[in-house]
Design a protein around this ligand. Structure first.
Ligand SMILES: *Cc1c(COP(=O)(O)O)cnc(C)c1O
Length: 644
């Protein structure tokens, strides 16, 4: 759907347009300074908050397509943004410690489940060498991977999650390799097993205890905390662990107390409450003459996906700095009150560390309209049924004064049209004519409602129904699974034409054959938008980006419909504004997805060949055709799974 102003194209960057475009997409609300619009109306990335480095994302995408001959979708990975986020986190805790005279250290660990990609984990370890950044893993595969990575000697390798004997043996291998491995005991039984394994190997990791707090987080993951949480030890189990370790003469191994009240905590009040409780538990254990030195506060530091700074699910009502201040201040106050030493703080922030560093870019391939605008209205003639006349005269007379009434009348007329059609009183041509007239009335009514700035729900709904569906070359299930699974909102906007006001309202549909493969909720400051403002699709390449997809999306995405991994480019930006593609990882080919689904490529080829041979024998195609068909089939396996 579009309004009349669409035709006049305003390519020049004027400041009123820029302000409008910034407001429409809200970049300044959710982008935390990493993204902007440049003079050409292109999206720009500033990987290191505040300095001169900047890159033009549209140019980058054009290079991938034109020079490197790659096809969208693309994952653009900016490791410098990971580094900037890590520095921001470390600085926040450092300043908080200074401000509140907190004497414990800060040992961040990167939780691998958020983004286990080697490039990501290695970047954290490299960037965080000075701050002794470590790793947190929650499974044997994550532990195996992290054992291969270089870590500073005093950094931690924290093992969370449920553990079996093999997990514990792997952990003890880490100890033997000189790593500071901490086994966080989730269940009493794990401690018993860990002691047994240590008796055998002579290598007992440090022990941590995960406490079940009474305090809960807030937002979608609130149930990770609280009494009925899946993880953690009750108070009596904690005491039992202490006794077990004392009896085994290993109480000195008990170094850490851990808790995690859930990801994306939306309300800073919950953080304070949880810290109060956790610090008390820590203090009481210390008072039992157990030298627990580390207090691991888990993750939960959220991302403001919609930029609204509220306790809405997709937002958070605090900044990284406020979160750190609250944590440090609360823990310090409790410790001083209980007269115990300040602990070293271990933080396991993953979401806020990684969300910003990838940009998912893809192309709009087509539009699917509710009604075809380019079919000209057929003239109404004398022998048309009454209902057509009525619709036609409504269309001619609708105005801002009567649009509500005329829209309601049109709804009645449309019902009447279909009733008469079912009775055999209206021809197929007349039905088509009536439907076109009806949708034209709807489009006008919607425009008038927009002009009148009404907020009546029926016109919001009409706007949504009339919205064009933009066919977007990606799979929601592969690249933004949380959008489908838990209605997570990701900011979305074009990466070019940003010096033009967008005039279409659209929703996005992906290329899977699944009706859930769509995005029809968009970030907004006050609400959730049901349609996104986009530029009129004019069959020229049009690229949009999904932002803040660096946390959880890459690893949780699935191969629904056998769509594979997008092509990935790792990009580093110079101070003189030049970008360098430091790594290119080709997207999945059809052949990769075949083997994922346990098809053997050779077997497929032979089977196809046999079917063609049958057709040749039957004389339905000739040999030359047959050979060519087999060759084409074989070659197709190298192609992309996405639209090319
Ligand atoms: C998931 C998880 C994290 C990461 O949480 P974020 O909210 O992404 O920072 C940290 N610790 C544990 C134990 C987790 O399960």
């Amino acid at each position: 759907m579009r309004d009349a102003s669409t035709t006049q194209k305003d390519r020049g960057m004027n400041s009123a347009t820029l302000e409008d475009v910034l407001r429409i997409y809200g970049i300044e609300n959710w982008g935390t300074g990493y993204f902007s619009i440049n003079r050409d109306g292109h999206l720009a990335v500033h990987p290191a908050n505040g300095d001169a480095r900047v890159a033009d994302v549209y140019e980058l995408v054009r290079e991938l397509i034109d020079k490197r001959k790659l096809t969208p979708p693309f994952v653009l990975r900016f490791p410098q943004i990971l580094a900037a986020q890590l520095q921001r986190l470390c600085l926040a805790y450092e300043s908080a410690a200074k401000q509140f005279e907190f004497t414990g250290g800060h040992f961040p660990v990167f939780p691998m489940k958020v983004n286990p990609r080697r490039e990501v984990v290695e970047e954290f370890l490299r960037e965080g060498r000075k701050q002794s950044v470590g790793v947190e893993c929650g499974s044997k595969a994550e532990l195996y991977a992290s054992l291969s990575l270089e870590q500073p000697a005093d950094s931690l390798l924290v093992c969370n999650g449920f553990k079996d004997e093999t997990f514990l043996r792997l952990a003890s291998l880490g100890v033997q390799a000189g790593k500071r491995v901490v086994i966080v005991v989730e269940k009493l039984n794990e401690l018993k097993m860990a002691l047994e394994v240590a008796d055998e190997t002579g290598a007992l990791p440090w022990i941590g205890l995960r406490a079940k707090l009474y305090s809960k987080g807030s937002g979608k993951w609130a149930s990770s905390g609280g009494e009925s949480a899946k993880f953690g030890l009750t108070t009596s189990e904690i005491l039992e662990c202490v006794h077990l370790l004392q009896a085994a003469g290993k109480i000195d191994s008990l170094k850490l107390l851990h808790f995690h009240i859930g990801s994306q905590i939306t309300d800073v009040k919950r953080v304070k409450n949880a810290m109060k409780e956790a610090a008390r538990v820590y203090a009481k254990i210390r008072q039992m003459r157990v030298a627990v030195e580390y207090l691991d506060i888990g993750g939960g530091l959220g991302v403001d996906y919609d930029g609204s700074k509220t306790t809405f699910d997709g937002s958070v009502n605090y900044s990284v700095e406020e979160f750190a201040n609250n944590v440090v201040y609360t823990i310090k106050t409790v410790c001083d009150d209980e007269q115990v030493p300040h602990p070293h703080l271990v933080t396991e922030s993953g979401r806020v560390m990684t969300a910003y560093h990838t940009l998912f870019v893809t192309e709009i391939r087509d539009e699917i309209e509710t009604f075809a605008e380019d079919i000209p209205t057929v003239a109404v003639d004398d022998d048309d049924p009454q209902v057509i006349f009525e619709l036609k005269s409504q269309l001619d007379d609708i105005s801002i004064k009567n649009y509500r009434e005329y829209y309601h009348d049109a709804l009645d007329q449309k019902d009447e049209l279909h009733t008469q059609f079912n009775l055999g009183l209206v021809s197929l041509e007349d039905r088509a004519k009536g439907e076109v007239l009806f949708w034209e009335i709807c489009a006008k009514a919607s425009q008038f409602a927009h002009q009148a700035e009404t907020d009546e729900p029926e016109f919001d709904e009409l706007k949504r129904i009339l919205a064009t569906k933009y066919l977007c070359n990606f799979s929601v299930f592969r690249s933004a699974p949380d959008s489908w699974a838990i209605n997570q909102l990701f900011p979305i906007m074009p990466i070019h034409r940003l010096n033009e006001r967008p005039t279409d309202f659209a929703t996005l549909v992906d290329v899977t054959c699944d009706s859930d493969g769509c995005i029809d909720r968009f970030v907004d400051l006050k609400d959730v938008k049901q349609v996104l403002e986009l530029h009129k699709f004019d069959d020229q390449p049009y690229f949009v980006a999904l932002f803040l997809t660096g946390a959880y999306q890459e690893v949780m995405g699935s191969h629904h419909n056998l769509f594979g991994h997008p092509t990935e480019a790792q990009v580093v930006i110079d101070t003189d504004g030049r970008y360098h593609i430091t790594k290119l990882i080709a997207g999945s080919r059809i052949a990769d997805m075949l083997s994922f689904a346990k098809y053997d490529k050779q077997q497929c080829l032979e089977n196809f060949q046999r079917q063609i041979a049958v057709q040749v024998t039957a004389g339905r195609i000739d040999q030359a055709r047959a050979t060519e068909a087999v060759k084409q089939y074989e070659l197709s396996a190298n192609g992309s799974t996405y639209l090319e």
